[in-house]
Design a protein around this ligand. Structure first.
Ligand SMILES: [Zn+2]
Ligand SMILES: [Zn+2]
Length: 135
């Protein structure tokens, strides 16, 4: 499998993922919605050892969005990029929108309990009110 690459809008931050993406979910939680300025965030988990920033680490800024979650973004162009989790340090959460190439498709919609009232989910995928393992 070839590496997956990603970059922010201004292309100063570039990175590569040297392993498979975990399950792809469309997350409808209110924090993802605000962070991305969109109805939902398409995201996948990757192994932290397989995630490597290639360029632009000096352009990365971070925001602690909850006790366990820190979100990283490009401070030049504002692109939301990845998340780290204090309670799950082996994993990085990746925003699919920043990745290049052919990727696996979303498996489910998650945190639909807080989805935007103006958006109707019509993709036919399973819907989980919260994180899938918590149900
Ligand atoms: Zn940028
Ligand atoms: Zn979310």
């Amino acid at each position: 499998m070839s590496n997956i690459s990603g970059k922010c809008l201004c292309e100063s931050v570039t990175y590569e993922i040297s392993g498979p993406l975990g399950s792809v979910y469309n997350c409808h939680c209110s924090k993802c919605r605000r962070w991305h300025g969109a109805a939902f965030r398409s995201r996948a988990s990757v192994d932290v050892t397989q995630f490597k920033i290639l360029t632009g680490s000096e352009s990365l800024a971070s925001f602690k969005s909850s006790d366990n979650v820190t979100k990283y973004f490009c401070k030049v162009c504002g692109s939301p990029l990845h998340s780290t989790y204090l309670d799950n340090p082996d994993v990085i959460g990746i925003a699919l929108g920043a990745l290049e190439g052919v990727l696996s498709k979303p498996e489910a919609n998650i945190f639909t309990a807080s989805k935007a009232s103006w958006y109707e989910i019509s993709d036919g995928l399973p819907q989980h009110k919260f994180w899938p393992t918590s149900e």
